[in-house]
Write a protein that binds this ligand. Structure first.
Ligand SMILES: [Zn+2]
Length: 281
């Protein structure tokens, strides 16, 4: 539900095409997808937004070669203290941003139609910042126009609740995924967001975090909310600017190890049924 093939952290002011060799990325990324294809993976949501390395044509090429349907995003990312937010997004209205994203969905980007909206917001202090809130409003409008689901990288539980409130007002919180919910330590906040209808996504599953992730998932199940949970490794990726793309982590830990901690009947709920309902487009 949330992985990456390539990320470029240079920032919106400096990012440009040609900072990497697509053939090199292909060569390094394809075996990682092959490994999870063999384990049953058929769909892969690449969550990188524009201005952070989104490359729909390359992502499709890698996915096609591996037999996996790789989805790409529209939207923008304010998290990281606005380093990845292009200047125009600071000045334009939510309507204008929504129109840009809807056009991307309708016309495609490099011949590829974005299949979901990815935004990122900074920590709430005490409420969402002006630009962060603008992205949420734009995402709600774009979601309403296109029917796509919003995945929002969210700093904390307060930020999630505020986004649920905005979605309730402008569209429907059932089309919102709270990305990085594992960073909120209060299971009651997870439950509150799920009860409001939004999706609670526990990302970044790894050997180091497995105990906590298991606890988060079980806490949701205990509250009758397993049907609102999504999980991912938030793994990968080719790091632009590092020699040979840096350390490229694979995507198979979840299949080979983590799932063994959970009852078998939860597996297809978490990896097939819930994703289908969260992203019906
Ligand atoms: Zn991510």
């Amino acid at each position: 539900m949330h992985e990456h093939l390539l990320v470029d952290f240079v920032g919106a002011a400096a990012i440009r095409p040609g900072r990497y060799n697509p053939d090199e990325v292909f060569r390094l990324a394809k075996p990682k997808l092959d490994a999870v294809y063999a384990l049953g993976c058929r769909r892969f949501l690449d969550c990188v937004p524009n201005f952070l390395g989104r490359d729909p044509r390359l992502f499709r090429r890698i996915g096609d070669a591996a037999g996996i349907d790789v989805w790409t995003t529209t939207g923008l990312y304010a998290a990281g203290n606005y380093k990845y937010l292009p200047e125009f997004a600071k000045h334009e209205t939510a309507d204008q941003l929504a129109r840009r994203w809807t056009t991307e969905v309708e016309k495609g980007v490099d011949g590829v139609k974005p299949r979901f909206i990815k935004i990122g917001v900074n920590k709430v202090a005490p409420v969402l910042g002006e630009w962060d809130r603008k992205l949420v409003v734009a995402a709600a409008q774009c979601a309403k126009q296109t029917g796509l689901t919003i995945a929002s990288h969210t700093g904390d539980g307060a930020g999630a609740l505020e986004q649920v409130e905005i979605l309730s007002r402008l569209h429907d919180p059932r089309h919102l995924v709270w990305v990085h919910a594992q960073n909120e330590l209060d299971h009651e906040i997870h439950a509150q967001v799920a009860r409001a209808g939004a999706w609670v996504e526990f990302d970044g599953i790894s050997e180091k975090t497995a105990n906590w992730h298991e606890q988060c998932i079980r806490a949701m199940e205990k509250r009758g909310l397993l049907g609102q949970v999504l999980i991912s490794q938030d793994s990968g990726w080719y790091r632009v600017g590092e020699p040979n793309g840096g350390e490229f982590r694979g995507y198979d830990y979840l299949y080979l190890s983590f799932l063994n901690r959970l009852p078998t009947e939860w597996h297809s709920r978490l990896l097939v049924d819930n994703p289908r309902r969260a992203f019906p487009q």
